[in-house]
Design a protein around this ligand. Structure first.
Ligand code: NAP
Length: 317
């Protein structure tokens, strides 16, 4: 069996926060997003050629997928790619919970195929991975990846898919200046050596690494991200100041430099875009040059923060 190689973009767009929009959001980000402003985000992204959208059923329990599907309705399906996920921890009890969750995602996204379908968080790799095979064969899923899997789990998933003529085509893990476990565990090298794209998520640490938030301007009250990051904002200042000063010399801002750093490490950032101007940042990030000295200095400042930004759903790699 042959499969088309996944076309990896320079940057992908994340929509977890879109699950917050409207009245029924779960409040993870505490963002007040409007349909009109998200439409503008999509329009700017489309115009700039950023076409891969990442979501998951569990982002606002369907709300992110529904919002995204509605907004993308105006574009030709061939003009964008959809990335969504099967989350074992939220699986139903039918004979095939993976196929069921996929069907629900397809309906919410208003499409009949997903370009890139992920096993979201590893639960029982040997149990869940085989369920992807019929979805690949039917064409409802074009490519598959695994997220938050460690090296041995990646290899097991790859072996299971390999027996049916498929393979793990992408990896998606938390990777930022403040969280480099995939690099330390050899997953980045594994991907580089095998030509597997590595998608980096939470590159901006949900806003904490943008320099916008500080002890004087905390993350939105009552949100889960405020709980996770407000306490560490004082320690992040030297790093975000350095990101800003590197950016300033190149007509860019701190988050653009944080994004450029993960690109320089050979990964594809998935950036959670909530405002139209965030797309401008992604365009700028693509033309930032970081010297070896810049990279070393940023990493040293990141290490000196001595904070742990591991998500509650993440394990040691
Ligand atoms: N596989 C997984 O387990 C997993 C886990 C987490 C995330 N993800 C994926 O990765 C994506 C990215 O992660 P994330 O959204 O959690 O966090 P993120 O990308 O680190 O941060 C997103 C936040 O940063 C701020 N921001 C974005 N661009 C900015 C810019 N140019 N200037 C200033 N602020 C900017 C926005 O905050 P404000 O709204 O406050 O402005 C936005 O909500 C998610 O949307 C999701 O698709 C996957």
């Amino acid at each position: 069996m042959t499969i088309d190689n996944l076309k990896t973009p320079r940057v992908a767009l994340g929509t977890w926060a879109w699950g917050d929009s409207g009245e029924a959001g779960d409040g993870y980000f505490g963002s007040r997003l409007t349909q009109a402003s998200l439409e503008e985000v999509a329009e700017k992204a489309h115009a700039a050629g950023f076409t891969l959208w990442d979501t998951a059923m569990v982002y606002g329990m369907g709300r992110s997928e529904t919002t995204l599907g509605k907004i993308l309705e105006r574009y030709a399906r061939s003009d964008y790619q959809l990335s969504t996920k099967f989350t074992p921890q939220a699986a139903g009890t039918s004979d095939d919970p993976v196929a069921d969750m996929l069907e629900q995602s397809l309906a919410r996204l208003g499409t009949d195929y997903i370009d890139l379908y992920w096993i979201h968080n590893p639960a029982d790799v040997a149990r869940w991975t085989p369920h992807l095979i019929p979805l690949l064969k039917s064409g409802k899923v074009k490519h598959v990846g695994v997220s938050n899997h460690n090296l041995s789990e990646i290899e097991l998933a790859n072996r299971i898919l390999g027996e049916a003529g498929f393979r793990v085509e992408a990896i998606q893990n938390h990777y930022s200046l403040l969280y480099r476990s995939s690099e330390q565990a050899g997953i980045l090298d594994y991907c580089r050596n095998r030509g597997i794209p590595f998608f980096a998520y939470m590159v901006l640490e949900q806003g904490a690494l943008t320099g916008k938030y500080s002890p004087e301007n905390l993350l939105p009250k009552g949100s889960r991200r405020a709980e996770a990051y407000n306490c560490m904002l004082p320690q992040l200042k030297a790093l975000t100041d350095k990101l800003a000063s590197i950016g300033e010399k190149q007509g860019a801002a701190a988050p653009d430099v944080a994004t450029a750093w993960v690109i320089a490490k050979g990964t594809t950032p998935i950036i959670g875009v909530t405002k139209p101007h965030h797309v401008d940042g992604l365009i700028r990030a693509g033309s930032i040059t970081l010297t070896d000295a810049d990279i070393a200095e940023l990493e040293a400042l990141a290490d000196a923060t001595d904070v742990s930004t591991r998500g509650w759903w993440e394990k040691e790699m």
